[in-house]
Design a protein around this ligand. Structure first.
Ligand code: GTP
Ligand code: MG
Length: 402
């Protein structure tokens, strides 16, 4: 039966007027809303317009209620689908407009952070890290074979900058015992300096015949802090000049008294410091302020004093692992480490070559070749500087028991 015959003409007209116009109105409203979203999406306008016309045509046909209902259902579905697609396209477009995150290097470091060439070459070949490690250990041992030479190194820096941890890292890398050395005391979260005495640490290296001492002594010192808690500049100068003996308790309020049993009145050349290392925390690059003003002033005073005697002065930039570096074997490719070293170099007025980035052992339970390698390179570099100073001044002509 022809379906139009069962519906009176007026009814069809009303239906068309009612549903058709209502639908057209709704579509128009939706279209207006979408136009706002579609600044860049001309395609959507024409799609909607075509759809609108189709609906108009269909609703004007004299069909029965079921046909019209079906049309509305399908039309509504298509409409929702179209709106969904438009929304997705607009979202994708806005994501495309945002700056992309950095493309990743195969090693998962962003490429512009890892430089194509190392900013500092620390070893001749890069293919076999354990072999390179051995190369530096051998160089360090060879320094020792130079006619009983003794090298005194003073580590000077703010409290918690990593002085004692560096001593432990050196012994770990040199000792090859398979565990982390704890010859110097390191504690977390102390507001005062953990190291309160002048502590002189000898180093041992594992050689073919077992452990043997090497003629380097690392002087650990109370941290520089404020007037109430830090080491006094006069004490630092006395240490550099060899007047302070091992285990002297450094008092923040007063420098060593010449009547103190730990005061060495007549210091010999072998008691003096042959290289001073300013230890700074790489995380503290607040602008370019690695240390507070009080500590900076003390550094400057010590620098001025030592520059008269030509004593080598280096900077150890600790905690570089906290700069967000994932692969410790990539630190000399890392732009962040380079920039941090440059800041440290201009902060203290030393050349970039005098700044040594360091990542100490702190949470590990076993040593890693990468940290061992950095540490060995740094201690070797420090010892080389001390050695040339000693040679230059002929300071160490006598043999000294460790
Ligand atoms: N992540 C990281 N932590 C470090 C590093 N060096 C030291 N630390 C941590 O920093 C804190 C202080 O280290 P210490 O070695 O005691 O510092 P210090 O300069 O001897 O401090 P004082 O003796 O208090 O003057 C400890 O929690 C160490 O584990 C490093 O290179 N990386
Ligand atoms: Mg300490």
């Amino acid at each position: 039966m022809d379906s139009t015959q069962s519906i009176p003409n007026e009814e069809i007209h009303d239906l068309k007027e009612g549903l058709g116009d209502g639908l057209v109105k709704a579509i128009k409203q939706l279209q207006e809303g979408m136009n706002g979203l579609q600044k860049h999406q001309k395609i959507t306008n024409s799609t909607l317009q075509q759809f609108l016309e189709q609906i108009n045509v269909i609703t004007s046909l004299p069909k029965n209620r079921r046909v019209i209902g079906g049309v509305l259902l399908v039309g509504g579905g298509v409409l929702l689908f179209t709106a969904y697609m438009i929304k997705n396209r607009l979202q994708n477009k806005s994501l495309e407009d945002k700056p992309r995150s950095l493309p990743m290097h195969p090693s998962a470091e962003p490429v512009q952070i890892l430089l194509p060439e190392p900013w500092r070459k620390i070893h001749p070949t890069e293919t076999d890290i354990p072999k390179i490690k051995e190369f530096y250990r051998r160089k360090i041992v060879d320094i020792c074979h130079d006619k009983g030479m003794k090298l005194n190194i003073l580590l000077l820096g703010e409290g918690a900058s990593g002085k004692s941890s560096f001593i432990n890292s050196c012994q770990t890398a040199l000792g090859q015992s398979g565990s982390i050395s704890q010859i110097a005391t390191v504690l977390d979260g102390s507001s005062d300096s953990v190291t309160k005495h002048l502590e002189v640490h000898g180093m041992q290296v594992k050689d073919d015949g077992g452990q043997e001492h090497i003629p380097v002594r690392l002087f650990d010192c109370r941290g520089l802090l404020d007037e109430k808690r830090g080491v006094q500049t006069q004490d630092i100068i006395n240490i550099c000049d060899g007047h302070v003996k091992d285990k002297y308790e450094i008092r923040p309020d007063t420098p060593i008294n010449i009547s103190d049993p730990k005061y060495r009145e007549k210091s010999r050349k072998k008691d003096k410091i042959h290289c001073i290392v300013y230890v700074m925390d790489a995380q503290n690059q607040n602008g370019d302020n690695f240390v507070g003003q009080k500590v900076r002033d003390q550094f400057e005073e010590v620098k001025r004093y030592l520059s008269r005697s030509g004593n080598p002065q280096l900077t150890l930039l600790t905690k570089i692992d906290r700069l967000g570096i994932r692969h410790m074997d990539k630190i000399f490719y890392d732009q962040r480490v380079k920039e941090c070293c440059e800041m440290a170099s201009s902060f203290l007025g030393f050349s970039l070559g005098c700044v040594l980035p360091q990542a100490n052992y702190c949470e590990e339970v076993i040593p890693s070749v990468e940290k061992d390698l950095i540490t060995l390179f740094n201690i070797w570099k420090i010892m080389e500087s001390a050695k040339s100073y000693v040679q230059k001044t002929s300071a160490m002509t006598e043999s000294v028991p460790m």
